[in-house]
Ligand binder design. Sequence first.
Ligand SMILES: *[C@@H]1O[C@H](CO)[C@@H](O)[C@H](O)[C@H]1NC(C)=O
Ligand SMILES: *[C@@H]1O[C@H](CO)[C@@H](O)[C@H](O)[C@H]1NC(C)=O
Ligand SMILES: *[C@@H]1O[C@H](CO)[C@@H](O)[C@H](O)[C@H]1NC(C)=O
Ligand SMILES: *[C@@H]1O[C@H](CO)[C@@H](O)[C@H](O)[C@H]1NC(C)=O
Length: 472
Amino acid sequence: MAPALWPRLGRILWLACLLPLAPARVAAGVYELHLTTDGPATTGAEVTITASLVADDNGSLVLPASARLYRFRWIHTPLLLTGKTDEAFSSTVRVVGNVPGDFPVSVWVTAADCGTCQPVARSLLVLPITEFLVGNLVVTQNTSLPWPSSYLTKTVLKVSFLLHDPSNFFKTASFLYSWDFGDGTQMVTKDATVYYNYSIVGSFTVKVKVVAEWEQVTPDVGKGVLQKTGDFSASLKLQETLRGIQVLGPTLIQTFQKMIVTLNFLGSPPLNVCWRLKPECLPLGEGECHPVSVGSAAYNLTHIFRDPGDYCFSIQAENIISKTHQYHKIQVWPSSIQPAVFAFPCATLITMMLAFIMYMTLRNAAHQKDMVEVADFDFSPMSDKNPEPPTGVRCCCQITWTDGRRPPAAQRAATDHKERGSRLTEDALLPECLAGVRVNVTDPEPDDGSRSGAGLLQGSAYIFLPGWCPIQ
Ligand SMILES: *[C@@H]1O[C@H](CO)[C@@H](O)[C@H](O)[C@H]1NC(C)=O
Ligand SMILES: *[C@@H]1O[C@H](CO)[C@@H](O)[C@H](O)[C@H]1NC(C)=O
Ligand SMILES: *[C@@H]1O[C@H](CO)[C@@H](O)[C@H](O)[C@H]1NC(C)=O
Ligand SMILES: *[C@@H]1O[C@H](CO)[C@@H](O)[C@H](O)[C@H]1NC(C)=O
């Protein structure tokens, strides 16, 4: 008998020691033990842990008729037990941790009269104990944005520190809060709640350092001031309503030319943008535009027009907070008469007209000169009709009459053959003559016909004009 008992007893002891620390599933039976706690807690504060016995399949099995049949057994060391309450199907313990750390607490339920019997249910939790304050930062705003941690700029934000102190450990403490909103604003308050208004968009981390101070009288040390601190933070994404769309782009473009219109959104992305191109500017109706998802504050819209005409871009954007729209008119020219190209033929035409006018002016002048020359050549049988100074001619002066009379043949000879001893020495007048100066010369002597072939009319005025004479 005895040899058979010892292994059995050993197994029971082994189970009694190890089972509470083993995973709950190992001993899954008809009952379950649910553990709840109000932890985590700061060192010195009391933590309440409750274990409740429930039916395994959530209530379809009835619990034992008499709770007295079962006992709750706890292992909580090194946490100090400060209280214990047993109820019908639950047991509650209050423990205090004096050093920080993560402490396992296990509980199991056995038959009331058999502490070493196999447990009907058991469970385990890990209780975190910290030397700092326990709590969290809660940010709220009177808006509901669809993204987590998203709030509106220029709208009051309520930031509160909620101390987690279920045991009322800090009932006599006074608190001081040092806030940092991450945008350069800092403040210190005695109130756990502040109201703040972000003016710019972006991601910010709001931080608060909480200091709790209280007096404590301990028998050994006496009266002293104790302090605990805690650092808390929350990440915020500040968005803003969509106030408008700035459209930057050409208002005049050529067909088949790539057009880029830059849309700058005055508001926070993400945005749902929808655009439509029509000859007239009309508000966008549902489902009749090109939808685009835009993740930044700017977007480039590109389009190539195939047909010339007047167009209007109707652009609508919404960032869930708000919605806005904008229009952008654009004139499309056919490629051939696009303004820049049109300017070229225009300039060419003007140039051509100017050139023509100049040509006509010059031609008229040349023509007049031709006429003179022709007249010259009329009484100069040896000259040819070419108005240009060809080779074989020299610059000389020729004589014409102021009264427009045609020179008689004798005079023609005199003017044509100046080199042969004409009385009028044109060479003396050559510089003026060449300069195009008209020189009036009146023959001082009456024509007596003695001069060789001269025969100039007495009292007539002669005009010397530059011209071309053949070299002889
Ligand atoms: C048990 O019931 C509770 C509430 O009635 C429910 O929240 C839970 O999900 C149920 N559990 C199971 C395992 O059905
Ligand atoms: C919050 O918004 C509601 C309506 O959206 C408004 O009636 C209320 O006054 C607002 N409260 C604050 C504190 O702004
Ligand atoms: C928030 O600040 C903006 C300016 O930055 C101001 O226009 C707005 O009225 C403020 N809102 C509140 C509720 O104080
Ligand atoms: C839009 O195009 C311009 C040049 O046309 C460029 O500088 C800019 O970076 C583009 N923006 C985006 C958002 O693509």
